[in-house]
Design a protein around this ligand. Sequence first.
Ligand code: GLP
Length: 242
Amino acid sequence: MKIIICKDYAEVSKKAASVVIKEIKKNPELKIGLATGSSPIGLYKNLIEAYQKNKISFKDVISYNLDEYIGIDRSHPQSYYSFMHENLFKHIDIKDDHIHIPDNDISRIDHLADDYNKVLHENQLDIQILGIGTNGHIGFNEPGTPLGNETFIVTLDEQTRMDNSRFFNNNLDEVPKFAITMGIKNIMYSKKILLIASGKEKAKVIHKMIKGKVSKSLPASILQLHPDCTIIIDENAASKLK
Ligand code: GLP
């Protein structure tokens, strides 16, 4: 694991964007795994700015999102489909048919995981962007998830639902109970991984992820075993490492 500690969230976002921009310049047909949550928003803002300044184009980039809620429609403002369009896709020149977000159509529930998994098998990602949940989840791989899992439908942790209730009018009842997520095995298959985190509330989990044992009780700890994984965090998130 390569660990980069930045002063604050703005610097984390800039640094992460510089890594992604370099990858796109090296390979304009980059296959990139994308994450949601508040952590990557700054990274996406920097990527939009680089696009607007003609530094990069996304016209040949292909994206694959980590996860999606089940039980809310894609048109719901808090679906990850909406999140990605609002925070990135509608501002850049990525082609619609280059965007992959796990389908959450409940009428096809028995096929959703297999369909997305097939896409991931056929397309090894060049880089995967990750955030981390306060309970150590990556994507929606909650504590206890077998580390060999591929795309599956998950019952969300109470902790995760509580953390994410801030996006649902602070009303736990509105937070979906289920999601579809890439499994740990899919995430580990990416050639490169870039995890970003900031803030004091992530300090404990960052410490455990880096210094603790690799264990399914903290899914992100598996990243210790990835051959090319970079962790970009701010001083607050790094505060328990020293
Ligand atoms: C969500 C997402 C994760 C994300 C995590 C952390 O539950 N499924 O992919 O990494 O939350 O979110 P945040 O960056 O808002 O702390």
